[in-house]
Each structure stands twice: as C-alpha cells, then as structure tokens.
Design a protein around this ligand. Structure first.
Ligand code: HEM
Length: 405
C-alpha cells in the first residue's frame, strides 16, 4: 500500500522499472533518467510508487491534450485526491476539470491577457536596469538570490498589487507547492514543515483589503463583483498567482543565466540580435524545463500507445524529458537560441496550459534584453549547484560575473 494513491499491477507489455524519479541524485542530474525512461517505452511502470510514467513527447502531449480521459481534479502530483486529503484546499484552476475550470480559467485568462499586462512593461524594464546596473558594479555576485529571485520579487507582487511582500515567504511558498506534488520524501516533509509559517501569511496577503485597486489581483476581485466567481474564489485565484507565478519565473531566470553562461557563442548571437530574446527564452524553457513533471489521473479505462490504462491510474508526465525527446527535436542536447522550439511542453498544453505565460515571457524578455544591452560577457565565478525539488528543476546557487559592455 502506498499512501495517497491506489496501487495496481501494470498490464502486460508495460516495462517495470525500479527507479525512484524523486531520489536526490535523479532530481539533481536527471539526464540519464530521462534517456532511459524514453528508451524503455512509451509508458513505464514505476514500481516504487505504483504509477505509470511517460518521458516521450508524443504520449506526454496526448495525455495533456485530453482532459476528459486524463483529469487534473485528482491532483497533478503523485497523490490521488480521491484516496487522501490534499495538504491544502485544492487549486480552483489547476486542480479542477470543466465545467469548474472553464469558469475560473476565464477570469484568470482575462487578468493575464496581453492587454491587461501591457502596462507592466516600463516598470519591468526600470527594475531590470536597476538590478543589472548594480550587479555590473560588483566583482561577482550570487545570481540566484541577486537576480533570479530579486527581479520577480521586485516586479511581480507589485503587478498583483500586493501591499505586503516578503521575498523569502514568496519564493519558499512556490518551492513548497511544487515539492508537495511528490511523494512523502525529505523534500516534501521539509517543505511541509514550513507551511505553518508561510500559509497563513500567503492567505492574509491575498485578501482584498491587502491589495491595491489597480493591480492584477483587483481584476480578479472585480470578477467577484460581477458575480463570475465568489469573493472566496477570488482569494483562491489570487493565491494561484503566488503559487505558480514566483518560483517558476525565478527558476526561468536562473536557468536562462546558466544556459547563457554555459554557451558563450549563443550569448554572442543574442548580443548581435536582441530580437532573439524571446526565442532564447523559449529555448531555455525547452532545454531546462523549470517544471519537470506534472501528473494526470485516468478517469476511465483507456489506452495509451496501445497499452491498457485502468481507471484511477496515475501517470507522471515528464515534461522535461518530452522536451529532450530526439523523436521530436533534432540535436535535443544542444542549446540553440534561434531554434524556435514551437510546441515545447514547458508551459504544458491543452486547457490547463500555463495561463501566466504572457507575463512570464514579458519578465524574461525584459531581463534578457537589458542583459545583452549592458553586459558584454557572462562568466561563472564559481560552481553552479542545483536544488532538488519534486517538480521544479532550479538552481540553488550560481556565482556569476558580469563584464560591462
Ligand atoms: C499552469 C509552467 C509562469 C500561473 C502551468 C502549467 C505549466 C506551467 C507546465 C500546466 C499545468 C498543468 O497542465 O497541470 C510555468 C512556467 C512558468 C510559469 C515554466 C515560468 C517560466 C507562470 C506565471 C503565472 C502562472 C508567471 C502567473 C502569473 C499558472 C496557472 C496555471 C499554470 C494559474 C494553471 C492553469 C490552468 O490550470 O488552467 N504553468 N508557468 N505561471 N500557470 Fe504557469
């Protein structure tokens, strides 16, 4: 018996593998796990957790694109909400299916539409300039704290309209939410230990009277005034901004800096043509997949790649592996900023595809553009160290040096 979800025997023909995808060494350096997962078959039974996993592009996309057969309402992590109580009230956008999802998605999509976020551009740029100017002055700096965290925490709470902002709590909340998607391992337990300190703070910070009247949060509350959602639901949706919008972009910036410092020729390409900033971010997403794994649960007996999949089966969809699948991408192990990897899975796909992607792109495009305008070379000033997380592939520390142009 595995706590949190049902156990089952895989149907014949599905290879059985005793790997632990949530072991520290796998989370820190997952390339070999991804390659073997893809090589073993389109679906693999992970005996340690009694779940199926797919690391291939085609099946990952098929499962994410079909919300009728593969639901989110039973949780997008390892635990099946039908078999155990979730650690927090489930998200009313990420962890629901239509028709509930349709209603909340509409409200969030409006608040994060290109039109709603267009006004954020100048403020984002000023903050990026200020932070990067400061870093050029220093001999070296800690890029995760001083840039990857500093930028989103400077711009995002302000965009939401939060009156209260606390960098540590905001970043740690994201890491907690993503660690919670894994099994009861040390990463999840350490994350949960922070909950009593962080969750009440987050909940209070999402209340209407703790938000300005002109931010993205206020747009969500105005949907409550119009009767589209209740006031409590509006608070839950503002909470979704904070669960999904901070740690992801922190990771996106850190991973982008890591890719560019590791591929100096690609940095030169970006310096020569600043309009590649957006394409560069898409390639960073494909190459490093900030969210490495999300799950779905089969809601009916069905078939994937010719294999029987029974109702209640959890399937880990390893987005990071799909993004490196040689069946889909030529030279997947090569980071190339002009690749334009249309169809990558880093923002998911289908009805739950990232509703914040316009905002994420605006943040990253701004940081990358200001970077190449001001910095001639990005150099490592020490070893980059990754931070294990059950669902996020992020750096823990990365000493860097910026050489001014
Ligand atoms: C959904 C990744 C930034 C809010 C998703 C999903 C992925 C993802 C993979 C799909 C989840 C699923 O299908 O189960 C990312 C990455 C980001 C990023 C890699 C940055 C690099 C953001 C930002 C926000 C945000 C900035 C908010 C402003 C959301 C929400 C959902 C979501 C609310 C749930 C959408 C739904 O279920 O309909 N994200 N995200 N994300 N994202 Fe993002």
């Amino acid at each position: 018996m595995i706590e949190g979800h049902m156990t089952f025997e895989p149907s014949s023909g599905i290879p059985v593998w005793d790997v632990d995808p949530y072991a520290e060494d796998v989370l820190l350096d997952p390339a070999a796990y991804f390659a073997e997962l893809r090589a073993r078959g389109p679906l693999v039974y992970i005996s340690k957790w009694s779940v199926l996993a797919t690391g291939r592009y085609e099946e990952t996309r098929e499962i994410f694109s079909d919300h009728t057969r593969f639901v989110s309402s039973r949780g997008v992590g390892l635990n099946d909400f039908k078999c155990g109580k979730p650690w927090r009230p489930p998200s009313i956008i990420l962890e629901v299916d239509p028709p509930d999802h349709t209603k909340t998605r509409k409200v969030m999509a409006r608040a994060l539409s290109p039109k709603a976020i267009a006004g954020l551009k100048d403020g984002f740029r000023q903050n990026a300039e200020m932070i990067i100017d400061g870093l050029i002055e220093r001999d070296s700096f800690e890029a995760v704290a001083d840039l990857a965290e500093a930028f989103p925490v400077a711009v995002f709470p302000k965009a939401v309209g939060m009156l209260d902002s606390d960098r540590r709590k905001l970043v740690d909340y994201g890491a907690m939410v993503f660690n919670a998607l894994g099994p009861d391992n040390k990463f999840r337990r350490n994350a949960m230990a922070m909950a009593p300190d962080i969750v009440p703070w987050i909940t209070a910070a999402c209340a209407r009277d703790r938000l300005t009247k002109n931010g993205l949060g206020a747009l969500i509350y105005s949907a409550a005034d119009d009767g589209e959602v209740t006031e409590d639901e509006a608070a839950m949706l503002v909470r979704s901004f904070l669960s999904a919008g901070v740690d992801t972009t922190v990771t996106g910036i850190g991973n982008a800096l890591w890719c560019l410092a590791s591929n100096l020729d690609e940095y030169e390409k970006l310096k020569a043509d600043h309009s590649l900033a957006r394409a560069c971010f898409e390639e960073v997403l494909r190459f490093t997949s900030p969210v490495h794994t999300f799950a779905r649960t089969a809601n009916q007996d069905t078939e994937v790649a010719g294999h029987f999949v029974g109702e209640g089966t959890k399937i880990l969809c390893v987005l990071a592996s799909a993004n490196l699948d040689p069946q889909k991408w030529g030279d997947p192990e090569v980071f190339r900023i002009d690749r334009k990897p249309v169809g990558h899975m880093a923002f998911g796909a289908g009805i739950h595809g990232c509703v914040g992607q316009n905002l994420a792109r605006l943040e990253l495009e701004t940081v990358l553009t200001v970077l190449v305008e001001k910095v001639a070379r990005v150099e490592f000033a020490g070893e980059a160290v990754w931070r294990p997380n059950n669902a996020i592939h992020a750096l823990d520390r990365m000493p860097l040096r910026f050489i001014a142009r």
